[in-house]
Design a protein around this ligand. Structure first.
Ligand SMILES: C[S@@+](CC[C@H](N)C(=O)[O-])C[C@H]1O[C@@H](n2cnc3c(N)ncnc32)[C@H](O)[C@@H]1O
Length: 253
């Protein structure tokens, strides 16, 4: 768990303000529907601050969460009833362990893009497989790389500007350096916010991008008996316009 992969405190703190508006409309209904259609237990790997987990738990799902970032988990602990804290633990999708099995495991919003090495990606898939009951499902998403931005990247692009709960301005800018050979986007986020005075903090981390046939090979190398890759959260097939690789892997009943 190299520290640069871990969401730092202030990035965890502003995560909800930034992503609830940016990401909820794309995937929240989809993932909640999968959770509520599941009869047994669900695991959210890379649960973060509980963007999806909290709603699922409050609405009665038997859901557990793991994440490698203690800062993200601290945000989540603060939001949920202390009697439910046992559901959350600091573990990696690569080598987590539970003494029981799940019927659904989800890794929503680019969790697998934080797993850089292909052997770790394979270990993650197989570890999930071993923690699923027969007939269980694993769902994860990854972005479809945009050739234009793989070529030029972003330079201090402001992708978020709004107010926090006290009406103070928060901005985030992003600079990316794509590396096609290693399939990495070296990403730097810079946050600026007001807390008495103006504060600024940057965080650099690598983000792994995937191509379609790589995902197919990965799923086929894994223990999963079947899989399908969709192009959106409405069940659409992959097309030239797809922005998402939504991979659904199934364990034979
Ligand atoms: C973009 S956030 C998504 C959080 C949440 N699933 C959501 O949809 O809002 C990615 C999360 O994956 C976590 N993560 C990164 N590497 C991980 C790993 N190896 N195992 C588990 N979680 C990991 C990060 O700490 C972060 O909380």
């Amino acid at each position: 768990m190299p520290p640069s992969h871990e969401y730092p405190k202030n990035f965890a703190r502003f995560y909800d303000i930034i992503y609830f508006g940016m990401r909820d409309p794309a995937d929240k209904d989809y993932y909640l529907k999968q959770i509520f259609n599941t009869k047994g237990k669900t695991l959210e790997a890379g649960v973060g601050t509980g963007r999806l987990f909290k709603t699922a738990l409050v609405e009665g799902a038997d859901i557990y969460g793991i994440d490698t970032s203690s800062a993200m988990l601290e945000e989540l602990y603060d939001k949920i009833d202390p009697g439910e804290h046992y559901r959350i633990s600091r573990q990696s999708i690569v080598d987590f362990h539970f003494d029981f099995r799940f019927d659904l495991v989800i890794a929503p919003f680019r969790v697998m893009s934080h797993i850089i090495e292909k052997e770790d990606q394979l270990k993650a898939l197989n570890n999930v497989y071993r923690h699923l009951n027969p007939g269980g499902t694993f769902i994860f998403d990854a972005f479809v790389p945009d050739p234009e931005y793989l070529k030029k990247g972003f330079e201090n692009f402001v992708d978020f500007e709004d107010e926090d709960e006290w009406g103070n301005k928060v901005t985030r800018s992003v600079t990316t350096r794509p590396d096609l050979i290693n399939q990495i986007i070296a990403t730097e986020f810079t946050l600026q916010w007001t807390e008495g005075k103006t504060k600024k903090e940057s965080w650099s981390f690598p983000l792994r991008f995937f191509f379609r046939y790589e995902l197919e090979h990965l799923a086929e190398r894994s223990l999963f008996e079947s899989y399908r890759i969709f192009g959106d959260f409405q069940g659409g097939s992959l097309t030239r316009e797809s922005k998402e690789f939504l991979t659904v892997c199934r364990k034979t009943p």
